[in-house]
Design a protein around this ligand. Structure first.
Ligand SMILES: Nc1ncnc2c1ncn2[C@@H]1O[C@H](COP(=O)(O)OP(=O)(O)OP(=O)(O)O)[C@@H](O)[C@H]1O
Length: 582
């Protein structure tokens, strides 16, 4: 509970004025609510029993004025809390999302996307609810209990002592269950995140599922997941019920004791009837407050787990990128050197072994090799997504990890194998390459990527909506948009990782010509399987099982009659046979 309260107050720190307004008005509101039962004693003992109309009128006027102040204060505190709560939620969403943007690619490779989504869809709403309830019911109940206890001690200390002991008993049960409740809640949230992940994966895989008729298999798999979630949910609900039920039982026991003992004191004339009524009224309001407090206990456990889950993401170290730095990199006069680089995604499994590559400025190089030979891994290392386990990469003669990676990436135009398009218009998607690009620049990039004519044939032209991931476009159209995005950036280094793999050979040759024109004074690194597209490259690096096995120009490599020649001849044979079949 303390952890939750400390965190919630931490979230309020930036809003000093609103917080002060809230707590001040809340205090006024609660002071009246807590002391109101005392008016029964005054009215009975000082007005009704002595039949004093004047005192009665004064008490009623004081009550009316206090009531007005109390209602106004309550309304202001509602307004302040509503605003505070919305701001805190907003801050947390912003903080979490901004932090995610700076997490390294390796984090996303090892974390299920459903897990991250569940922080927004499950954990943040829990914090929202806990803040609302703790700062209304929670604080209200706590203040009522504190003030009531003091007044009860003033009215009848022996009975008050009984209540205090009872109140301690009420919270002992939930306190002892705390650790177990935390574990159960954390397990439930993990299962919930796994289910979110399954649903997300399923929506993305619908074509494969329908194509392979896997609906029944998917439903069975999901049922297995739901089985686990069901058990976990049941445990969580049962624990929440226990956390509420145990205090409720204790409270009943105290009620019984207090009613009996209080009535006995009044019967034996040790306290006045007014005091007894005031005591019972005060005790009833205190009992309600204690009861409300017990309701907040399961929520506090829930909030603690959610806060810890969010904090875990926020504690993940960010990638070293400083976009604000003005470090200048000009690859037109420099080179890229990969020196003795070894790397494995897992410690005991190397994907790249002792690779050396010299890529001079303005050169066009290709990296080829069979599937899984490590081509894309080199690109990921080059972009600084991962750190080599030994060796290093130099850009412009300076180690990449000593450079400002943001500044370096500003000079790179990259087209990935999985070119992602965002939900938005075609223009917005291309403009991501250069946010301040003019419409003319945008059109020019689209023309160079040979997608302009297609865009103009659409009813909404550049304002056509691209659905999530570009699902309303063909693979080739998506690829061309991604190429236009990279061209618009006007980079000094093009990195093309299977950038034209979705295009037909004629379109691919045409786009390659565009790149050749564009890159006359730039460095181009191409990863490809189609050897026919790289015959005029300045240098070709051939990888096999993470090792650099050959390098040279196309003709030099053919003369070696090694691994490259075998790959080349294999592709030529399949090209000839596919043409012969037509
Ligand atoms: N994120 C990752 N986590 C763990 N292993 C990975 C990851 N990405 C790639 N690998 C492994 O690293 C090796 C090299 O993969 P890489 O993607 O670099 O090959 P590639 O030559 O680009 O293949 P392809 O031509 O099929 O795209 C493979 O064995 C692959 O399984």
């Amino acid at each position: 509970m303390l952890f939750v309260i400390k965190n919630l107050f931490g979230y309020l720190r930036p809003y000093k004025f609103l917080s002060s307004l809230f707590f001040l008005t809340l205090a006024l509101d609660l002071l009246f609510l807590s002391l109101a039962p005392l008016s029964f004693q005054m009215i009975i003992d000082r007005a009704i029993v002595p039949k004093d109309m004047h005192v009665f009128s004064v008490i009623m006027i004081v009550l009316a004025i206090s009531g007005f102040i109390c209602i106004s204060a309550g309304m202001i505190s509602d307004y302040a809390l509503a605003k505070l709560n919305a701001r805190v939620q907003n801050d947390l969403r912003q903080k979490l999302f901004a932090h995610m943007q700076h997490l390294p690619v390796s984090y996303f490779h090892k974390t299920r996307s459903g897990e991250l989504i569940s922080h927004f869809s499950v954990d943040l709403p829990v914090i929202d609810r806990s803040l609302a309830i703790l700062f209304t019911t929670g604080i209200q109940s706590l203040v009522v209990v504190t003030i009531s206890t003091m007044v009860l001690f003033y009215l009848e200390w022996v009975m008050a002592l009984c209540i205090l002991v009872g109140a301690i008993l009420i919270f002992t049960g939930p306190y002892m269950l705390g650790r177990r409740a935390h574990a159960i809640n954390a397990a439930y949230k993990e299962q919930l995140a796994a289910m979110t992940n399954d649903v997300q994966e399923n929506t993305k895989a619908q074509m494969v599922i329908k194509g392979f008729n896997l609906q029944a298999v998917m439903i069975d798999k999901f049922m297995e997941r739901l089985e686990l979630l069901l058990v976990s949910n049941y445990r969580k609900n049962l624990m929440a019920a226990k956390l509420e039920r145990i205090p409720a039982l204790c409270l009943l026991l105290i009620n019984f004791t207090i009613i009996g003992f209080g009535s006995y004191l009044a019967l034996t004339g040790r306290i006045s009837v007014g005091s007894l009524v005031a005591f019972f009224t005060m005790y009833t309001s205190m009992g309600n407050a204690v009861f409300n407090l017990t309701f907040t206990l399961p929520l506090m456990t829930d909030a603690q787990v959610s806060m810890e889950r969010i904090q875990k993401v926020l504690n993940e170290p960010s990638e070293k990128v400083d976009h604000s730095s003005s470090e200048q990199i000009d690859l037109r006069t420099t080179e890229v050197s990969i020196k003795n680089v070894t790397f494995g995604y897992q410690e005991n499994q190397l994907s790249i072994k002792q690779i050396n590559m010299q890529i001079p400025a303005r050169s066009k190089i290709a990296i080829v090799g069979s599937s899984g030979s490590g081509k894309s891994t080199i690109i990921q290392l080059l972009l600084g997504f991962y750190q080599p386990s030994s060796g290093h990469i130099e850009i412009n003669g300076k180690k990449l990890d000593e450079r400002n990676r943001g500044a370096f990436r500003n000079h790179v135009g990259v087209v990935f194998q999985d070119h992602f398009l965002f939900h938005g218009t075609i223009a917005e998607n291309i403009r991501l390459g250069k946010l301040d690009a003019t419409n003319d620049e945008l059109r020019m990039a689209a023309q160079q990527a040979e997608i302009h004519d297609f865009i103009m044939s659409l009813p909404d032209k550049y304002e056509t909506l691209v659905l999530d991931g570009g699902s309303n476009l063909s693979g080739g159209q998506r690829q061309r948009l991604a190429i236009a995005r990279a061209i618009l950036r006007n980079p000094s280094l093009f990195i093309l990782d299977e950038a034209t793999s979705a295009l037909d050979p004629v379109s691919e040759a045409s786009i390659n010509k565009t790149f050749a024109k564009l890159s006359s004074d730039r460095t181009v690194i191409t990863v490809t399987h189609r050897l026919s597209t790289i015959t005029d490259m300045d240098q070709i690096f051939v990888l096999e099982q993470g090792e650099l096995v050959e390098q040279g120009t196309h003709s030099q490599l053919l003369q070696k009659r090694g691994y490259y020649t075998r790959l080349w001849e294999k592709q030529q044979r399949s090209f000839i046979s596919s043409h012969a079949e037509r």
